[in-house]
Design a protein. Structure first.
Lengths: 794, 297, 202
């Protein structure tokens, strides 16, 4: 009984304790603090084997030959498999475009591509055996940027493309292209009193979730396989895995194990198919656990980008037009590139009202590491560039940077470059006002009566300054992110909700396939069930594929869509429970027939608060169970020539103010404070909301000052695949993060909520960059900014 | 792979003599990374954890004999007075967990140009006590210890037993640049020690040449300038031009490379800044006017 | 090779250990104690932090053979360790503990089943926790939780040494533990909370 499209009624729900709006605690908290929570890498099975993947040592090459004989002959080795051993004709997988070989076929297209797999009785045996596989490569020139990808004689990364984008791209090495035209940017430019241009570079960021890719595949007696896995979307994995194994989806059983963070990096498959293949081949359970080095090759990264912008404004500070071109490097396989192009183009001008725009975004196929989903995908790269432009233009006009933004801020009713009218609150100016109104941290906090505390200075414990060269800077930024899967995607979730009496108490059980990756969806589902069903006890069933799809834990969509599905199924269960109540007790009280009834505190009550019956008496030994799909209102694809279309179901906004101290002589940065104001629509769990905002903020900080996967442009090989050289912020790099949460309901969404996970990752990066610019007076057109960029020694 | 567990120093030397390819492991903070990441498969691992006296130190009249496995944490906590430069350097090593395990012996054994202890040892003046079963003990001056990128003067049958470090007779400082405020490998590092007794200054530069090096021309220039101006006696503020010249000569002593952690040009630049700052700090301290710095060592 | 050592107060013996194995591997794959986490295996994240003879170390960088005869406390034994400390008992981990067997095995959804039981008993009724563990739950310092075990061991040890740390002290003590989810703010809150509660209790 799917509900489709209609605006959702915002109900207060019941006042049952532990319902929505309260900061209830995580149900998995105790297991996680005692070490008992079972992550995918913790799985263990009697008689289990260890899988190992052999990866390409070069980025682009033909495979002349593979010799596995020595590996196979190694004691303790149970199986070695290459492309030739794949069981069916389906030998590729992919999120949207099935262009990724399960094991390399004749060619490798990026450094670290899987070539062969081994199963052995100890991980060291498997590693040694994999090292004995001889692969003869004939190296090919590498394609690493737009020029080499679109050169007339460029080697095609993928020959014979037949995917949905192949027909409209200007070159086969372009995955997808999305132009957006609205108004007449060339004509509007003539009205501009000030025009600023900029070329920006965004580095390749890694999700760097702490729990490496891992899982356990156990062969089933019926010839199928059971996979315990950390992923973001069980059913998407299933759809890609089953055909490669030659099994019906019903014979590939998937259970979500503990997930050690995701951030987009588990949207694509990693070791799933490999573990299943080895388990089916050997008839034994097979566990695969990447180490950190392999993890850097085992998942897609955030697209690095080159962004060219032109902004114009009149002398009274109104934006006249924006022209931009965004080139995203998708690397060797498509992954989420098409969606990233859609976001980057449609959100390319930011949360501002501009009638005349000329926009183009493309994603390339190259031999660089494949790039795909990461928190804020597409919108993050654009925000870094347009916010730098907004500062430049405010300076050119001679206005305060925040006031200039507020003057041009979009609001409810603004028409996006895509022609979509924004039909829910868009408090962009208000968020800026709030973040600016927060008190500034005191100057020279590192100074104490006893001297300088280096822990609070740039360089930290490394003792590089006692205050010398340190200059403070403040910067602002604001961003816009779409929520949910866009562009006409059928974005739905399924929830199965059961209500019954257990041990004399009414208990609700919520079963979804939602991937809990740390975001707290399981906490929120229980809150929703309490609110809608008035029970104290809620059991969250393990996520698996025995229930319908819950979509992906990405795009800030889970609380909205799977939360919406849980709410919807709860409402349907409630209706059935009330029917039972009416049947049993309807004759005793007229309110059963004519009042608005709620379930609250284990009872059926009227909206006036009168108790009609105990749920225990209504249900007795009956069980009510509903499984239903729920959809948000539909979106539509962007027109391929004009980019027009109702592409996004909801938008999410956050603003940041960064306060930094820069050692201007050494180019070292300490972020002192990173304040955030965000509209969340409705905070279902305020503590979790703040946690999401702070976490997203720090990922933005990381890519501002330290995080970048460095790829050698001559070889397309990754130079820093380790936590020694790919640095993410420590607790000494992280500032205080005051958060101001605004709750303006979106009438279209369950409880008025807004997806929140990604927006804070957008604006923190440009805010930090703006603060560094203000401290140093430098232009800084790339991120991350490194010491050499701040000292003229790059 | 074999795991050798000598219970005494004598057994360790015998094992190393018998198996010259054996890789000594103490804190494990270098060796285990290489094993975990499949970069190294030594035939033998030689565990030094069971040799208790490697974790002890003795403070003598002129120097400290620091056991090879004394963890950095202990150096920070116990030897700030005698070895202030090394204590500061110890505090910049990786993380608290690593500082609890790692020691100077391992740093010297690995001999990475980025080893945090090296600039402090070069600046303070030190000798490395090494021993083999066959030839006994010898002391290698720290200036002669580093022979190439991750190469040192140890013979295949020798083990590092201790380091003899000159006790500070004046202020010492250590600075290290990394692109993170904690848990970071040096992009470059600089150690400086004033030796009022001999009226000399010594330096150490890390991660800016194939080996840790001293900036000898800079030291000679500064020694002469201090002598000439009577600075050791009059305690005057070092003139900015002298400090800058010293900094420039320290930069010139670098022979860095571009790598994923930083550019050669940045390394030269940063070494100059650190040289000037640490000279200012130590000299202020020598003059008795320095502000106390909290959170250091 | 064979390795004998004490884990959470209980003597343990591991057989057929490959000489290149780390303490972390032995704990996770041979002792059935997967609480210590394998996030980087190069000493750069702190997720595998355990106490070795009382000292916090990265168990990924301790060779299995090096723990022969020594005492290890992992997150699984943290609550008992803290309890004994509070009772003035042995603080080095040498005392016996009543750690329940936590052999992982295939969970068949067990993990969530257990997680979900008594949803409303959010503070972990029935499981005795140390002050720092409880504070992590209460302050919202746990998201994905992969960094949590290492942070708990490190934070507990810091509070043992320094019961009323400044913010800068907390940051320094935890600078060897990476977290990718929380941005560390709620971890700071949790440590402050645990310190405050311990202060009240004294």
């Amino acid at each position: 009984m799917p509900t489709n499209g209609a605006p959702t009624k915002i109900t207060q729900g019941s006042r049952t304790k532990g319902g929505i709006g309260e900061s209830t605690l995580r149900p998995d908290g105790t297991l996680k603090v005692t070490g008992e929570f079972a992550y995918s890498s913790d799985m263990w099975h009697e008689d289990m084997l260890w899988g190992q993947i052999l990866r390409s040592t070069v980025a682009h090459a033909e495979i002349v030959s593979i010799d596995t004989s020595e590996a196979l002959a190694t004691a303790g080795v149970y199986a070695v498999m290459t492309y030739d051993d794949l069981p069916t004709d389906v030998r590729n997988y992919g999120l949207e475009i099935r262009d990724t070989p399960v094991l390399a076929h004749g060619k490798v297209r990026h450094h670290g591509e899987p070539v062969a797999i081994v199963a052995a009785d100890h991980p060291e045996t498997a590693r040694r055996a994999a090292a004995k596989i001889k692969v003869d490569y004939r190296e090919l020139p590498v394609i690493t940027d737009e020029a080499s990808a679109t050169a007339p004689d460029a080697i095609l990364v993928h020959e014979g493309r037949d995917d949905p984008h192949a027909g409209h791209v200007p070159h086969p090495n372009i995955v997808h292209r999305q132009p957006i035209f609205r108004g007449d940017a060339a004509e509007a430019a003539k009205r501009a009193d000030f025009v600023v241009k900029g070329e920006y570079t965004f580095g390749m960021q890694d999700q760097a979730f702490l729990g490496p890719e891992s899982g356990l595949a156990v062969p089933d007696e019926d010839g199928g396989v059971h996979l315990y896995i950390a992923t973001q979307w069980l059913h998407s994995d299933l759809r890609q895995i089953a055909p490669v194994l030659g099994l019906p989806e019903s014979k590939v059983r998937m259970t979500l194990s503990g997930v050690g963070g995701a951030f987009g990096g588990r949207e694509d498959l990693s070791m799933q198919i490999h573990a299943c293949l080895l388990a089916l081949r050997t008839g034994k359970p097979v566990k695969i656990v990447y180490n950190r080095f392999e993890s850097f090759f085992g998942h897609v990264h955030r697209h690095p980008a080159k962004l060219s912008y032109e902004h114009g404004a009149t002398k009274d500070g109104k934006l006249t037009h924006v022209k931009c071109r965004i080139v995203l490097d998708g690397g060797a396989y498509a992954s989420a590139s098409p969606a990233v192009v859609g976001n980057a183009s449609s959100l390319s001008i930011g949360p501002y009202a501009v009638d005349d725009v000329d926009i183009e975004a493309v994603a390339l196929y190259t031999n660089n590491p494949p790039c795909g989903a990461m928190r804020g995908f597409g919108a993050v790269q654009a925000c870094f560039a347009y916010e730098a432009q907004m500062d430049k233009l405010a300076d050119a006009v001679g206005m305060d940077r925040v006031e200039f933004r507020q003057l041009n801020a979009m609001e409810q009713g603004t028409v996006m470059p895509t022609g979509q009218r924004v039909d829910s609150p868009a408090p962009v100016a208000e968020l800026l006002r709030r973040v600016k109104a927060m008190p500034l941290p005191p100057e020279r906090q590192w100074e104490s009566s006893e001297g300088a505390d280096v822990r609070q200075l740039p360089g930290g414990l490394s003792n590089t300054t006692h205050g010398e060269g340190v200059v403070r800077g403040v910067g602002y930024a604001v961003g816009i992110k779409n929520v949910g899967f866009s562009e006409g995607f059928d974005d739905y979730s399924t929830a199965r909700v059961r209500m019954e009496v257990v041990g004399g108490e009414p208990v609700a059980t919520v079963h979804t396939a939602m991937a809990e990756v740390g975001q707290g969806g399981v906490t929120v589902h229980a809150q929703i069930a309490r609110t809608e069903l008035g029970v104290a006890q809620v059991t969250i069933h393990p996520a698996d594929t025995r229930v319908g799809s819950a979509g992906s834990t990405s795009a800030s969509r889970q609380t909205y869509v799977t939360g919406g599905a849980v709410k919807n199924s709860c409402e349907l269960v409630r209706e059935k429970v009330l029917q039972i109540g009416r049947r049993k007790f309807g004759s005793y009280h007229p309110a059963w027939a004519d009042a608005e009834l709620l379930l609250e505190g284990g009872k059926v009550v009227t909206d006036g608060g009168e108790v009609l019956a105990d749920l225990v008496d209504v249900l007795e030994d009956e069980t009510v169970e509903i499984e239903a799909e729920w959809r948000h209102r539909p979106t539509e694809a962007f027109d391929l020539r004009t980019g027009q279309g109702f592409g996004h179901v909801q938008y999410s906004f956050a603003a940041h103010r960064a306060v930094v101290e820069v050692d201007t002589e050494l180019g070292l940065v300490k972020v002192i404070e990173l304040a955030c104001a965000q509209d969340v629509g409705k905070a279902l769990n305020p503590q979790s909301v703040v946690g999401q905002i702070q976490g997203g903020t720090v990922q933005g900080l990381g890519v501002a000052v330290m995080e970048e996967i460095v790829v050698d442009p001559r070889t397309a090989k990754v130079r820093n695949p380790s936590f020694t050289d790919y640095l993410i912020p420590t607790i000494l790099d992280t500032p205080t993060i005051p958060v101001d949460v605004l709750e303006l309901a979106d009438d279209h969404a369950p409880y008025g909520l807004r997806g929140i996970g990604e927006a804070p990752t957008l604006s923190s990066t440009p805010a930090v960059l703006a603060a560094i610019r203000s401290a140093t007076g430098l232009e800084l057109d790339r991120t991350p900014v490194r010491p050499e960029h701040l000292t003229g020694t790059a | 792979m074999d795991f050798l567990r000598p219970a005494s120093w004598g057994e360790a030397l015998a094992a190393k003599a018998e198996h010259p390819t054996a890789v000594p492991i103490a804190g494990g903070t270098d060796v285990m990374v290489e094993i975990n990441f499949d970069h190294r498969r030594p035939e033998y691992l030689l565990d030094l954890n069971r040799i208790g006296d490697l974790e002890e130190w003795e403070v003598g009249a002129d120097s400290v004999r620091l056991g090879a496995s004394v963890p950095y944490t202990r150096i920070m906590e116990n030897l700030r007075g005698e070895l202030p430069g090394l204590a500061l350097a110890s505090h910049t090593v990786a993380s608290p967990q690593i500082r609890n395990r790692g020691g100077v012996g391992g740093n010297l054994g690995t001999a990475s140009p980025a080893g945090d202890a090296h600039p402090a040892l070069l600046a303070a003046g030190a000798e490395v006590e090494v021993e083999s079963a066959r030839r006994g003990t010898r002391l290698i001056p720290i200036d002669a210890f580093f022979t190439g990128v991750k190469r040192n003067a140890l013979a295949a049958d020798e083990l590092i037993r201790a380091v003899h470090i000159k006790k500070a007779d004046g202020p010492q400082q250590f600075s290290k640049v990394g692109t993170r405020n904690a848990m970071v490998i040096a992009v470059c590092a600089f150690g400086l020690a004033l030796h009022p007794e001999t009226r000399t200054v010594r330096t150490g530069i890390g991660s800016a040449a194939p080996t840790p090096v001293r900036a000898k021309a800079a030291e000679e220039f500064l020694n002469a300038a201090l002598e000439e101006g009577g600075f050791w006696d009059n305690g005057k503020i070092i003139t900015p031009s002298v400090a800058q010249r010293f900094a420039d000569l320290c930069s010139a002593a670098c022979n860095p490379i571009d790598d994923v952690r930083g550019t050669a040009s940045y390394r030269r630049h940063a070494v100059g800044i650190m040289a000037r700052r640490t000279l200012t700090w130590t000299w202020e301290s020598y003059r008795g006017t320095a502000a106390h710095v909290e959170g250091v060592a | 090779m064979r390795v004998n050592f004490t884990v959470n107060g209980r003597p343990q013996e591991a057989d057929d250990v490959w000489e290149g194995e780390s303490l972390l591997y032995v704990l996770r794959e041979r002792m059935g104690l997967p609480g210590s986490k394998n996030a980087c295996e190069q000493g750069e994240c702190g997720s595998c932090t355990v106490r070795l003879d009382g000292v916090p170390v990265c168990s990924c960088l301790v060779a299995a053979g090096q723990v022969e005869g020594r005492e290890v406390v992992t997150v699984e034994g943290l609550a008992d360790y803290a309890k004994q400390r509070a009772e003035g008992g042995c603080a080095t981990g040498a005392c016996g503990t009543s750690l329940q067997d936590a052999q992982p095995g295939v969970p068949s959804g067990e993990a969530w089943g257990r997680a979900a039981k008594g949803q409303d008993s959010q503070t972990g009724e029935g499981t005795e926790l140390s002050a720092i563990q409880q504070a992590f739950i209460d302050a919202g310092a746990v998201q994905c939780g992969f960094c949590t075990p290492g942070l708990l061991v490190a934070a507990d040890e810091m509070l043992e040494r320094n019961p009323s740390p400044s913010d800068a002290d907390i940051r320094e003590a935890l600078s060897g533990n990476l977290c990718r989810c929380t941005g560390y703010e709620k971890i700071m809150d949790a440590v402050r909370l645990a310190a405050a509660r311990q202060g009240e209790a004294v």
